[in-house]
Design a binder for this molecule. Structure first.
Ligand code: LLP
Length: 431
């Protein structure tokens, strides 16, 4: 997993730092990010586009994990940023992320979110629906400010992934339908709107996808429609944004394809379609989240209580759970883990890892092969970098864990642990 190694004391090392030392210094539960790996992934995407000679923007989908430090890192790597809320936008601006490289997505942006985006001159707004298009036309006209716009379309593609994270199919809350005239009407309205500068089309077909087919079909469909609109309205997209969704390996059973292959195949599809129709090659934008940060993140817990149901199962409980990683409970997501202070020990036991939240569904891993573990041992759960911390919550009033970045043998705290005072900070006494 990533740059994980084991030192001579049998301790799991990440980014050249012992996880046992990290646990001592920062406590558990703890999120650890191997930032060299994130940089490598970011460079990989950029390189692929460069090799293929295609103009591109790689926007990090910040919903996967957002905080000022990750935005600073993405800025250093020359990426753009996809934000989906006023909160993400605020954090990005606070981290001094260049606003012209911020793309604003989302299916129900509020008036005030749009105003903030316009006043801060974000690079573009990905308009999702007619309500938003009207709102944006009004606000830009009031402020006499031009805004670049992509229209999010729903290409009617069924990608194979979990139902909750599937977004490109026809029956979806997102985007203008490509098939039934909605998208065409949105193009027409955008072109008529004085302060809206329509630069292209956007789609996102889902997340944790292991095939290129969906991306290729979506790309082809978008170009096919764009060609119709070129003839009808003289509109040529400068940008085709194909979203994110590239799947990563969580467990040995997952069989992902390299990120560069998704990119290559979708570019090829676009190239073929545009040349067939004598169109200009547009810029290709993508919005990877999980594939940039997913496998760079590790969650570190301390093992506490245990319970054996004779002949059936052994439970080991850790000091976190669905409050810091809700994915197993929400999507039946699977993870691999090991004992960080006995990282070179062979598995001798099969245990199920329970969280500490008060419900039976709070299980992190079922039937995990582990060496014999006892209270006080550290459990490292791999590939928790995407949608782990960002979906963390305070169920049972558990404080959210801190986050450290490790690289070249150095650790840097980038989000501190929540305190009980933080937890009660919004509360007011009744009397
Ligand atoms: N662009 C748009 C418009 C999206 O909706 C998403 C993810 C992405 C980009 C980034 O997708 P990625 O490259 O990370 O797959 N909470 C779920 C995942 C939800 C994804 C939502 N949209 C999970 O934990 O699996």
């Amino acid at each position: 997993h990533g740059s994980a190694e084991v030192n001579q004391n049998g301790e799991l090392m990440i980014g050249g730092v012992s996880t046992v030392d990290l646990a001592k210094q920062y406590g558990t539960p703890l999120y650890i990010y191997d930032t060299a790996l994130i940089r490598e992934r970011a460079k990989g995407f950029k390189e692929t586009f460069k090799e293929l000679g295609v103009k591109a923007e790689v926007a990090y989908a910040s919903k996967a994990f957002s905080c000022m430090a990750i935005f600073q890192l993405m800025k250093e790597e020359g990426l753009s940023l996809d934000v989906v809320s006023g909160g993400e936008l605020y954090t990005a601006l606070k981290a001094q992320f260049p606003s012209e490289r911020i793309h604003f997505n989302g299916n129900n942006k509020s008036r005030s979110e749009l105003i903030t985006a316009i006043e801060n001159k974000v690079g573009c707004i990905v308009v999702d629906n007619f309500h938003e298009l009207r709102l944006l036309s009004e606000i830009t006209a009031e402020k006499k400010r031009k805004m670049k716009v992509l229209l999010r379309v729903t290409p009617g593609i069924e990608a194979h992934t979990h139902d909750y994270i599937l977004t490109g199919q026809e029956d979806s809350k997102f985007g203008f339908d490509l098939q039934n005239g909605q998208a065409e009407k949105a193009v027409k309205l955008s072109l008529e709107s004085e302060y809206i500068e329509l630069i292209g089309l956007h789609c996102h077909i889902g997340s944790q996808i292991f095939e290129t087919t969906g991306f290729i079909l979506a790309a082809r469909k978008m170009i096919e429609k764009a060609a119709e609109w070129q003839t009808a309205y003289g509109f040529t997209p400068d940008v085709i944004n194909l979203g994110g969704g590239f799947g990563i390996r969580y467990t040995q059973e997952d069989d992902p394809i390299p990120p560069s292959q998704y990119v290559k195949e979708m570019i090829l599809a676009v190239k073929e379609e545009v040349s067939r129709r004598g169109m200009e090659m547009p810029e290709i934008w993508i919005e990877p989240g999980r594939s940039l940060v997913g496998d760079a993140g590790t969650s570190l817990y301390t093992i506490g209580s245990s319970k054996e149901v004779p002949g059936i199962r052994k439970y080991l409980a850790v000091d976190g759970g669905m409050s810091d990683n809700i994915r197993p409970a929400l999507y039946r997501a699977k993870y691999e883990a090991l004992i960080a202070n006995k990282a070179d020990a062979a598995p001798e036991d099969t245990v199920s890892i329970a969280g500490k939240c008060c419900e039976s569904g709070d299980m992190l891993i079922w039937d995990l092969p582990l060496p014999i573990a006892e209270a006080g041992d550290l459990l490292a759960v791999f590939c928790t970098g995407a949608y782990g911390y960002s979906m963390a919550n305070n169920y049972n009033r558990l404080p959210r864990p801190p986050v450290v970045f490790v690289e070249n043998g150095k650790a840097k705290l980038v989000i501190r642990r929540e305190t009980y005072q933080d937890l009660a900070a919004l509360d007011e006494y009744l009397t």
